[in-house]
Design a protein around this ligand. Structure first.
Ligand SMILES: NC(=O)c1ccc[n+]([C@@H]2O[C@H](COP(=O)([O-])OP(=O)(O)OC[C@H]3O[C@@H](n4cnc5c(N)ncnc54)[C@H](OP(=O)(O)O)[C@@H]3O)[C@@H](O)[C@H]2O)c1
Length: 244
């Protein structure tokens, strides 16, 4: 049993690349009206072109800036008359030894992955409550485990996990469904430790594809009225081999 997403209004943060781009494409294919936001207007317009013919709104937004997020949500509601789905996807990673980790990198990660997720969720909640809609959080394998090579990124994703489940605890009684999706490595434009983008460094089959994460988000969004898919861990099949 699954429900239709036809006509649902969805905001996807970080929709210009990788996972967010594919979530936006899939949701549009399912008949959603989609709002694409990230900093790069040119890339957002390319995504919008790819899903042309569908209802799509491009709103350049820096998720680290509270006023940007408020304005994006205002434009969304003015344009589409409400909101059913928020996908908190925008995120960045930085690497470095803990003892030399720069404050600039620390802030980039925390202001994007934590502050941005907070701003978007807070601004969306009144509308999502009204529509009894969905909030999806893109966490990570790193939401579930300590990570010696990227402690700040991992901590930001532990925060996302704690926040997502707490939002579920508060707003589930209002009919809001909240889902945390934790992927292991995905072939996107996220950089690896040596700076090479995952999509350039790895071949098909060596990691998850962004489409697979988008399918997982779709699965959660299509559950029937009363169910909430609280958490989905989506790992490369051999991910746990030798991990523990
Ligand atoms: N790839 C992986 O292995 C992996 C694994 C687990 C979880 N994740 C998570 O999945 C999410 C998407 O990552 P991805 O792999 O798809 O990375 P990606 O290809 O680098 O895409 C990141 C997206 O976030 C947006 N973004 C970054 N900073 C932003 C800001 N300040 N304001 C608005 N948008 C911003 C980027 O757009 P602009 O640059 O245009 O702003 C882009 O659309 C992230 O939360 C990431 O932590 C990724």
């Amino acid at each position: 049993m699954s429900s239709s997403l036809e006509g649902k209004k969805a905001v996807i943060t970080g929709a210009s690349a990788g996972i967010g781009k594919h979530i936006a494409i899939k949701l549009a294919e399912e008949g959603c009206k989609v709002v694409l936001c990230s900093r790069s207007e040119d890339k957002l317009r390319e995504v919008a072109d790819r899903i042309k013919g569908k209802d799509v709104l491009v709103v350049p937004t820096d998720i680290r800036k509270e006023e940007d997020v408020k304005s994006m949500m205002r434009k969304t509601v003015e344009h589409f008359g409400g909101l059913d789905i928020l996908v908190n996807n925008a995120g960045v990673i930085r690497y470095g030894d803990m003892e030399d980790f720069s404050t600039e990198d620390y802030k980039a990660v925390m202001e994007t992955n934590v502050d941005g997720t907070f701003y978007a969720t807070r601004e969306a909640l009144p509308y999502i409550k009204e529509s009894k809609g969905n909030i999806v959080f893109i966490g990570s394998f790193d939401s579930n485990h300590p990570r010696s090579f990227n402690p700040i990124y991992a901590s930001s994703k532990w925060w996302v996990k704690g926040f997502a489940h707490s939002i579920e605890a508060i707003f589930g009684k209002d009919g809001v469904a909240v889902t945390l999706v934790n992927p292991s490595e995905v072939r996107t434009e996220i950089p690896s430790e040596d700076g090479t983008l995952y999509k350039d460094k790895f071949n098909e089959g060596e990691m998850l594809e962004p489409e697979e994460v988008a399918e997982t988000v779709l699965f959660a969004l299509k559950r029937t009225k009363n169910a909430t898919v609280s958490q989905l861990d989506l790992y490369r099949r051999d991910k746990l081999h030798d991990f523990f």
